[in-house]
Design a protein around this ligand. Structure first.
Ligand code: GDP
Ligand code: MN
Length: 377
């Protein structure tokens, strides 16, 4: 999950990186008093989870509180690369001497973290990286060692940052580790005309695998771009991704579910979703999964593909039967059970004799059936 700039700044400040005083408002009326508290003259900044705001008109200087209100009014509701501006941050302006770039990012290919830094930060950093890659230092960071004084000094030297950047580099590493982030970026990190280093803009991407430790950001609502069904599924604790096809899919294990998507596609139909019920398949999880999938009007048939390993097929079958007591099945359901206790599971399903439930013994056969039913429906 990406954080808003104002949230990133909050974390920078907590870890000892200086940021200009600022306030966030959601209405233009609130902008004037906020600007007054900040000294009148402010930078008005659209809060959107996308880069390049400055170039898109999302960063404006306002000379006084009246101008701040006017600028906030124009900015709120504005569209920046598909993101609607719902809040703006007012920040006390900083007199800039130099703009630097610093970030840490997980380098999956190299299996480590990477410090990326440049003495030529600011809005043109992408262009600098492309045209003069030698101006951007890329230093691997061993996560076990972390950013020690010596490592920070090495990064600062390689990027031609001032020596005063060393404590900032160390603090930024603490943000990455302490907040479970995959990316922390300060662009620009500025040297003010009176010689202080201040983080003027920040981007943080948190590791969603640590979401259970990040209750602090949950109140912020769903991520922009999340469909209502995904939000509902997430609230039920389901591992669900909405796709744009017509065959609803439930399986156990991410690998099996992905293979199932491929096989359905191979049968000429399109998967409507990814849903991994994981190990064990309680009636509750089945009912929740079916409820979410059937709420998608594009779904014409549903395919349950379970290979019983640790999960026993008779328990999955029980789960389906009990789920059908609470969920009204409105489209055909094809079930393929194989592996641990498959025979018992098939008997249980056959016993329920639901007119919309069919069984298949192979994954290919089940996918073919579900695809045909989707086309017929
Ligand atoms: P971005 O376009 O989304 O990266 O937004 P930034 O917050 O990085 O701002 C873009 C640019 O606006 C910065 O690189 C600065 O040049 C300028 N800027 C932002 N805040 C200030 C400020 O307080 N004072 C001055 N002089 N310039 C600022
Ligand atoms: Mn920036």
């Amino acid at each position: 999950m990406d954080l808003y700039e104002h949230q990133a700044r909050e974390l920078f400040a907590e870890h000892g990186i200086a940021v200009p005083p600022a306030e966030v408002v959601t209405t233009a009326r609130d902008a004037a008093p906020a600007a007054r508290r900040l000294g009148g003259r402010v930078v008005v900044k659209a809060q959107v989870k996308t880069g390049g705001r400055g170039k898109a008109g999302g960063v404006k200087l306002a000379a006084d509180e009246a101008a701040a209100e006017l600028t906030a009014r124009r900015m709120l509701g504005m569209d920046i690369k598909g993101h609607t501006v719902e809040k703006v941050m007012l920040a006390r302006p900083v007199a800039i001497d130099t703009e630097f770039y610093v970030s840490y990012v997980l380098d999956r290919a190299a299996g480590t973290f990477l410090a990326i830094a440049s003495a030529e930060g600011g809005m043109e950093i992408e262009q600098v990286a492309e045209e003069r890659p030698e101006a951007v230092a890329r230093i691997p960071v061993d996560p076990a060692e972390g950013v020690t004084e010596a490592v920070a000094a090495r990064i600062a030297t390689a990027a031609r940052l001032p020596a005063t950047a060393v404590p900032v580099l160390r603090a930024l590493w603490r943000v990455l580790v302490g907040e479970d982030a995959l990316l922390v970026e300060v662009n620009p990190l500025v040297r003010t005309t009176d010689g202080h280093l201040v983080a003027l803009d920040g981007k943080i991407t948190l590791d969603d695998n640590a979401r259970f430790r990040q209750a602090r950001w949950a109140a912020d609502g769903p991520e922009p771009g999340t469909s209502p069904l995904e939000t509902e599924a997430a609230a039920k604790g389901l591992n669900y991704v909405k796709l744009d096809g017509e065959v609803g899919i439930i399986g156990n294990g991410a690998g099996l579910v992905m293979s199932t998507l491929d096989v359905v596609a191979g049968c000429g139909a399109r998967p409507a979703n990814f849903l991994d019920i994981g190990g064990g398949a309680s009636a509750q999880v089945m009912a929740d999964g079916l409820t979410v999938i059937l709420a998608d009007p594009d779904v014409k048939s549903v395919l349950v593909n379970v290979f019983g390993g640790i999960t026993a097929c008779d328990q999955v079958a029980d789960g389906i039967v009990r789920a059908l007591e609470t969920v009204t099945l409105t489209r055909p359901l094809v079930v393929r059970l194989d592996g641990n206790n498959a025979a018992r599971g098939r008997e249980i399903l056959a016993g329920c004799a639901h007119p919309l439930v069919q069984q298949a013994t192979t994954m290919d056969g089940a996918a073919r059936r579900a695809a045909d039913l989707a086309h017929a429906g």
